[in-house]
Structure formats: structure tokens, C-alpha cells
Design a protein around this ligand. Sequence first.
Ligand SMILES: Nc1nc2c(ncn2[C@@H]2O[C@H](COP(=O)(O)OP(=O)(O)O)[C@@H](O)[C@H]2O)c(=O)[nH]1
Ligand SMILES: Nc1ncnc2c1ncn2[C@@H]1O[C@H](COP(=O)(O)OP(=O)(O)O)[C@@H](O)[C@H]1O
Length: 204
Amino acid sequence: MREKGLLIVLSGPSGVGKGTVRKEIFARPHTAFEYSISMTTRKPREGEVNGVDYFFKTREEFEGLIKQDKLLEYAEFVGNYYGTPVDYVRETLEAGKDVFLEIEVQGARQVREKFPEGLFIFLAPPSLSELQSRIVTRGTETAEVIQRRMTAAKEEIEMMDLYDYVVENDTVAAACDRIGAIVIAEHCRRERVSARYKKMLEEN
Ligand SMILES: Nc1nc2c(ncn2[C@@H]2O[C@H](COP(=O)(O)OP(=O)(O)O)[C@@H](O)[C@H]2O)c(=O)[nH]1
Ligand SMILES: Nc1ncnc2c1ncn2[C@@H]1O[C@H](COP(=O)(O)OP(=O)(O)O)[C@@H](O)[C@H]1O
């Protein structure tokens, strides 16, 4: 039987650089993870494409998905719903491929309950002031939303101890290198005790 893929969850406060780091990871030539595109009720930002950045949904459509149990997890974040399509994740893991989720912390906590064997990585800012300046520099939010995101960020940072690893996003390249190294190490660690090796030993 083929090994199941690894579920990799990258989370952390808004504005820490999750999207930037994720894009860089997928731009690197040797990345073999499958990115799970989320559903959201947020309006597309300039340049965002439906089915590439997100599947953009109305509130009614999103609530329909919740009722039909089509989401592995979902959360309401700063007034919008965000959620992970469960069928895509399960099918891709069953096919033996690693799935990469980039989600906020409430969602990551729900995934932890359903997939405790997942690999949970918290992306941390070098400091709170650096976090604020990244949200401001991005320029996509109003002053009021920035303030709400900063308040949320402080609570989110308190949850970092629940993760398997904390990666500081000082530079994007270094953060991506660390995440790549963690995934390689986790594969080695898990395969050491995997069913495949146990079976080989039994057969000999
Ligand atoms: N729980 C959950 N959070 C998500 C999902 N997709 C994206 N997010 C998170 O929702 C938050 C807001 O995303 P977005 O509006 O794109 O803004 P940005 O990531 O802060 O630029 C971010 O922390 C994302 O990581 C999802 O499927 N589930
Ligand atoms: N390592 C970094 N150093 C400096 N700026 C960064 C770094 N990582 C991300 N940024 C910037 O911070 C802002 C927020 O990043 P983003 O990826 O949108 O965060 P998130 O997805 O966690 O909300 C963006 O303007 C991005 O260019």
C-alpha cells in the first residue's frame, strides 16, 4: 500500500508573511507539495484570480458548503469566511501527495483536532512592530482593519506553543529554507517507523 501524504499546515498572525512565504515555496523548482486553494467570502483584491488565489464565494454559497460538510475547517476572520475544501485534501493525501495549507490560527486548531498527525508550523514575526509595519506596507487594509488585525495578532501569537515548529520570518528566503528543512526531517522521522519498513522486516 502506498504511504499517505503529509498534511503540512502553515499558520500565524495576519501580516506575518504567510502568503508571501507560501508563494515563494511554490515558486521554487523542487517543491513537491500540493497547495490547497481555500474558499472565501472576501472580495478579490486587485490581481487575484478565482480558482488560483481563492475560490471566491458568496456568504450563501459558503454557508451551503458548511451545511454539506464540505469543509475540513473554516473560520470567520475580520468579517469574512475562509475554509479548506475537505474532499481535495483527503483525496490528495490518499494519493500519497503532501498537501500544504496556509490558514489562520482558528482553522489550524480545528485541523489539529481532525488530523493530529499533521505537521503544524507557526510563522512568527521578528517583532510586533515589524508585524504592524508589514500590514501597513501591504496597503490593502483600512486603518480600522489594521487595528483589528493587530489585536487579533496578539492573541494569535499566544497560541504558538501549540505548534510542532515555530519559524521566524526574518527574511522570506530563510523562512522558506527552514520550512523545507522541517518537511524533509519530518519525512525521514516518520518513514523510520512507517508500515512499509515494518512490513519489509516481517517479510525477511
Ligand atoms: N481558517 C482558514 N484561514 C484561511 C484560509 N485561507 C486563508 N486563510 C487565512 O485567512 C487570513 C486572511 O487572508 P487574506 O484575506 O487573504 O489576507 P492575508 O493573508 O492577511 O493577506 C490569513 O491569515 C490566511 O492565512 C482557510 O481556508 N481557512
Ligand atoms: N520576510 C519579510 N520581510 C519583509 N517583509 C515581508 C516579509 N514577508 C512578508 N513581507 C511583507 O509583509 C506584508 C504581509 O505579508 P503577507 O504575505 O500578505 O502576510 P499574511 O499572508 O501572513 O497576511 C507584505 O507586504 C509582504 O510583502
